[in-house]
Design a protein around this ligand. Sequence first.
Ligand code: DNO
Ligand code: MN
Length: 359
Amino acid sequence: MRMTFRWYGKKDDKITLQQIQQIPGMDGIVGALFDVPVGEVWPLEDLLSIKEDANKYNLDFKDIESINVHEDIKLGLPSRDKYIENYIISLRNAAKAGIKVVCYNFMPIFDWTRTDLALPLYDGSTALAYDYRLIAGKSPQDMAREILDNSNGFVLPGWEPDRLEELSKLFEQYEGMDEDRLRKNLEYFLKAVVPVAEECNIKMGIHPDDPPISVFGLPRIVKNEEDLDKIVNMVDSESNGLTICTGSLGSNLKNDIPHIIRKFGAKKRIAFMHVRNIQVHEPWVFNEVAHKSKHGSLDMFEIMKALYDVDFDGPIRPDHGRMIWNEEGRPGYGLYDRALGANYLCGLWDSINRIYGAK
Ligand code: DNO
Ligand code: MN
């Protein structure tokens, strides 16, 4: 297993590679090219330059999050073939730069969605939160404005102001799109890219929908075990893998995460693990918490034990953290709480290996 930390790059992340290197047990960074518009080719030299920077601090760069999928692919438009071709070139470049895992998602229009980016918790920290009652009856534009007001200028991915201007057009394009059609479009994409990923020795890992429920009436197809089954069956290859994000899937308590890990881990379909805890108050009302089990609804020991049982040897990262110790910056992606989270996961992992035997 390699312990990793998501990094937004020299230009956009105030967290330095040196700081990441100083987190005990850290093996590598998870990076991306944030300046390349969605659908364009990722240049090899830009990937190599991240790798070179990371390696200077004894950190690997073997995992990408995410090469985003162009909206025309999700919509199944004729123009998708050109974007798929570009995706394939990006995958080949990634392989040349030593990348082993590529995370992506297939959520229409938006990436992950929250109704509050700085919910105050009992201890003075703040966390990301979701409450379906705050979304009901609102347009995405209203939501975006509300979120912008309390987020220090940061926006959720997919909610950038220039994108919001074209939102009505995007929603029109999705009219009549149901889960089955969206699934067909995913299958078309996977049938084209997975053979290339396989040839390049890369595992693709689809990220669950976050939250795993339809938002603003848009279809979502990565919500539960049944959805994951359908996806792994679309192309029979270990390169057609999953990112198991415990905080995303876990916001529906019906999703039994240790069981899901055992099932898809046994089939070697887990490409990437995002491990974080959340407190679920009632269906679709939840907030993120510290990683430790006692603070939330998920049993982190059981999650790590399931990974041990299936000999998981891919990348794992702490996911969103709270803002603590007066840290300011990108909601969910501060240094301190994620570093604590990583350390807690390392502690669990070490203990499990000591008790049940190192493999
Ligand atoms: C949420 C985060 C997301 C994720 C992307 C994957 O749980 O991990 O930002 O990175 O949706 O494409
Ligand atoms: Mn995640």
